[in-house]
Design a protein around this ligand. Structure first.
Ligand code: TXA
Ligand code: MG
Length: 341
């Protein structure tokens, strides 16, 4: 089993030393746990891909303390980026900008852009401070699996990795991955007669920082097409999936759907007022914040019950955090539709 460490000064020092030596460490953030490596160490970055089984073309987020640390990583940190950093950092917002030539290509899977985020969690910040440089980190799950929101989830996904140090910062407060917003692309050619005005910012992945939040800071902002077609390379529908087939069912159809299933299903629901029959209810909170914080743990618990299916009672749609929650549920469900067992 990996080493789970409470975030003492000693453990943070040990983790920073490991990063400096080219090792990979897992650490708490306010969104989900990350699996980090030194952004400037190509073999350490390779280790992250190897450990996760992550597709080689899916780029990583570089975690930084603040905009001063982000600036050298990007080519063209502009007023919009600074305004976003002032409004939302440290916090659950990832900003995509053209990559600076100083950053190894491998740190962004060869993409001409780089994603940067300053996390708010004290454990992530102490690690970044002690290490003294940017840390590239995807979510600390096996590729394609549900993101981890506790240190135990990370340990479960990497059970065979006795050398992996996990800085345990407790359960993640937000529980959904950061909002990813793209500000511009390197080499974007505006075409003849067009001004080189930056393109309209686009949300590639919804999260706790909402479309309206971003519009208040940036003015015009677009939401990228759909989860499956979105331009963010890692937001394909194979992501965020539990091991068991998952479907989202409206409350009005829940009892009927469950009655039609003879094999036991795990049911993420707001109350278990229906006849449970052979099924296992997993109760979910009604507030969007609490639901988001609980969702990935609930999906892992549901998987652990080894049901034939996971049924999710469709939560409300109105409200920004519910939008992000539905995005993740849709991806988890589509993974099943598009990849039948
Ligand atoms: O909350 C989070 O963002 C967590 C914590 C650990 O910070 N990290 C996380 O990383 O969710 P990951 O690798 O699981 O998801 C990063 C997402 C992927 O969809 C990836 O494709 C996208 O960000 N991304 C990274 N770099 C990008 C780039 N240069 N252009 C477009 N999308 C990018
Ligand atoms: Mg991930």
């Amino acid at each position: 089993m990996p080493l789970l460490a409470p975030p003492t000064d000693e453990a943070i020092g040990e983790a920073a030393g490991r990063l400096a030596a080219g090792w990979v460490v897992a650490f708490a953030t306010e969104t989900v746990y990350g699996l980090g490596a030194d952004t400037f160490n190509v073999s350490a970055i390779e280790r992250v891909y190897g450990l996760k089984g992550r597709p080689a073309r899916n780029p990583l987020i570089a975690h930084v303390l603040d905009s001063a640390q982000a600036r050298p990583l990007v080519a063209g940190w502009d007023d919009r980026a600074e305004a976003l950093a002032e409004a939302f950092w440290p916090g659950p917002l990832t900003i995509v900008l053209p990559r600076s030539a100083a950053v190894p290509k491998r740190a962004t899977a060869g993409w001409p852009t780089i994603a940067v985020r300053a996390p708010a969690h004290p454990v992530a910040r102490r690690l970044l401070e002690t290490f003294g440089g940017p840390v590239s980190a995807p979510s600390a799950n096996r590729s394609g699996h549900v993101s981890p929101t506790t240190a135990r989830h990370v340990a479960d996904d990497f059970a065979g990795e006795a050398d992996l140090l996990i800085l345990d910062g407790g359960p993640c407060e937000i529980g959904l991955e950061s909002t990813v917003v793209e500000l511009g692309r390197a080499g974007h050619d505006p075409g003849p007669g067009q001004s080189a005005r930056p393109r309209i910012p686009r949300i590639l992945r919804p999260g706790a920082v909402s479309l309206d939040d971003l519009r208040r800071t940036l003015g015009e902002v677009e939401l990228a097409a759909t989860a499956a077609q979105g331009p963010s390379p890692g937001t394909s529908c194979r992501h965020y999936a539990p091991d068991t087939p998952l479907e989202v069912v409206a409350e009005a159809h829940l009892a009927g759907r469950l009655a039609s299933l003879t094999d036991p299903a795990a049911v993420l629901c707001f109350d278990a007022g229906w006849d449970a029959g052979p099924h296992y209810p997993v109760l979910m909170p009604r507030s969007p914040e609490a639901y988001a914080a609980r969702l990935y743990g609930a999906l892992r618990e549901a998987d652990g019950l080894k049901p034939s299916r996971v049924i999710v009672e469709s939560p409300p749609r109105e409200g920004p955090l519910w939008t992000a929650i539905h995005d993740r549920l849709q991806r988890a469900a589509e993974a099943i539709d598009n990849n039948p067992p």
